[in-house]
Design a protein around this ligand. Structure first.
Ligand SMILES: *[C@@H]1O[C@H](CO)[C@@H](O)[C@H](O)[C@H]1NC(C)=O
Ligand SMILES: *[C@@H]1O[C@H](CO)[C@@H](O)[C@H](O)[C@H]1NC(C)=O
Length: 257
């Protein structure tokens, strides 16, 4: 039985985990089954940009520790920035003693309806699938394996410094790219209060972690306080994090979960 084997694995992992002090106050989620493949090359080529709008995962601090997610896991970009722990599981292609890898969701693995989901259409719904950066895949499995079964769970994200806000768009409409988010990493809402305003305006997800005003308005010359909410209901305010003289392309660092 798959579940029984997984239960043993989880017990073994728990025994290891109990010896370590947890640096975070949120518990990881339960272990689940999925599969993993890889894309890009050994240096992370092709995995740099993607559907989360991070544009350059190296500049944004995620490096090679990244994965693309199938439709079932990606949830239209809601899980961009979420953190997962994976181990290769029940395959002759698994590297013995490889342990686990920790990755951040930075891209989408699109379905391909012209291939059956059990013969190459690994990212087709309802499959839960991780298309890892090549270096991450090679830490847990042999290259020749191509695709391996994995056990995975959500884990709290460990980040250095505060939440980052990259200002974008143009003079007529303003966007905010939200990244380097700790806690559960999964931003579910962003609100902005511009200087002089009493209220936070809820922004709208444009794509991935790029957010804009619902009316696509521009806010050049306005200072901002930003409220970030994650899907577990946690909220962090960064007061006056963006000065009135902000420039397109500039990044500002706020508070952190
Ligand atoms: C391991 O994988 C094989 C197929 O390769 C499958 O038949 C078997 O049920 C799996 N066992 C567990 C414990 O998942
Ligand atoms: C889908 O799979 C087919 C068959 O392998 C391939 O020719 C096609 O390029 C794929 N489409 C995309 C969008 O990757």
């Amino acid at each position: 039985m798959a579940d029984r084997s997984l239960a043993w694995l989880v017990l073994a992992m728990a025994a290891v985990g109990s010896c370590m002090s947890m640096a975070v106050d949120q518990a990881p989620g339960p272990w689940r089954h999925a599969h993993a493949t890889f894309y890009g090359d050994i240096k992370g080529g092709e995995t740099t940009a993607g559907a989360c709008a991070y544009e350059d995962v190296f500049a944004k601090g995620y490096g090679l520790h990244t994965t693309a997610l199938s439709t079932a896991l990606f949830q239209d970009g809601a899980t961009c920035g979420a953190c997962y722990e994976l181990m290769c599981y029940n395959s002759t292609w698994c590297l013995p003693g490889a342990g686990t890898i920790k990755v951040t969701a930075t891209n989408f693995c699109p379905p391909n309806w012209s291939i059956p989901s059990d013969a190459g259409g690994w990212c087709n719904p309802p499959r839960r699938h991780f298309d890892l950066s090549m270096p991450m895949f090679l830490r847990i499995a042999q290259y020749r394996g191509g695709i391996v079964p994995v056990a995975y769970r959500r884990i709290p994200c460990i980040r250095h410094g505060g939440i980052k806000f990259e200002m974008g768009g143009n003079n007529d409409w303003t966007s905010v790219l939200v990244y380097n988010v700790a806690g559960n990493g999964e931003v579910s809402a962003v609100g902005v209060r511009t200087t002089g305003s009493q209220e936070f305006t809820p922004l709208k997800r444009n794509w991935g972690q790029l957010w804009n005003w619902p009316d696509y308005s521009g806010h050049v010359g306005q200072g901002m306080s930003i409220r970030v909410t994650t899907s577990d209901g946690m909220v962090v305010y960064s007061h006056n994090v963006v000065p009135a003289n902000w420039q397109l392309g500039q990044t500002f660092e706020g508070n952190q979960f």
